[in-house]
Write a new protein. Structure first.
Length: 224
């Protein structure tokens, strides 16, 4: 009986330890590093600083459409990410980052007002070959459909189904001007947007968001 009770106690203690670890915020792995790019994709937020796990990574305010360089930071799980109004300690929006050693990620402040949110995506920084451009799409528009498809200016499908707040995965296109048509999966109406001057050998994220006047716009983040 004592042996059984000891085994049960040991098992319970282990389970509680694992549960506590899984629920712990800012579970930092000081032995490893990852790279993080910080973007302000919220048109009405104003300049933002950025703090991760209590450490300020961006202390000069990022305006709408601006991004930082990649910043090296200790990796870990449930790292608290906070965008703060420049010059204050007021949190505009917060979220969590789960990361791993030696990867590259980009974190975005998206949305406006009560819909402001923090979203993070893992990046692949391998350079495209043969003069191509490597791109992925993210839809942050709250005014448009929650599920969209994307075609190029010729009507060829680039992305068949893109949910809001998710990325499309990488696509390879020719450099220069990119025109895209964005529409709902079940609707016939579409919005046409243009992204100029995409450079060969470069990696971009093209994100859609709502401008201050409510219209959809396309912005880019350069990753290399």
């Amino acid at each position: 009986m004592k042996s059984i009770q000891k085994q049960l106690f040991t098992g319970l203690a282990l389970a509680l330890t694992l549960l506590s670890s899984a629920c712990k915020k800012n579970d930092i792995d000081n032995s490893g590093q990852f790279l993080l790019k910080v973007v302000n994709a919220s048109p009405t937020a104003g300049p933002q600083t950025f703090t991760l796990a209590g450490t300020i990574l961006v202390n000069t305010g990022l305006d709408y459409k601006e991004s930082s360089n990649y910043i090296s930071s200790p990796s870990g799980t449930r790292l608290v990410a906070e965008y703060k109004n420049q010059g204050t300690n007021s949190v505009f929006a917060s979220g969590e980052i789960w990361t791993a050693n030696n990867i590259s990620q980009t974190v975005y402040l998206a949305g406006q007002g009560s819909k402001a949110r923090v979203k993070v995506f893992t990046d692949d920084l391998a350079t495209p070959n043969n003069g191509q451009v490597k791109i992925k799409f993210i839809d942050f528009s709250d005014n448009g459909p929650s599920l969209v498809k994307i075609r190029n200016g010729s009507g060829d499908e680039l992305v068949g189904s893109l949910p809001r707040n998710e990325d499309s995965g990488y696509k390879y296109i020719s450099p220069g001007l990119l025109t895209v048509q964005i529409s709902g999966i079940t609707g016939n109406s579409s919005v046409t947007l243009s992204v100029p001057d995409l450079q060969a050998g470069k990696i971009y994220t093209i994100y859609f968001t709502d401008a201050a006047d409510g219209s959809m716009v396309a912005n880019t983040v350069l990753h290399n």
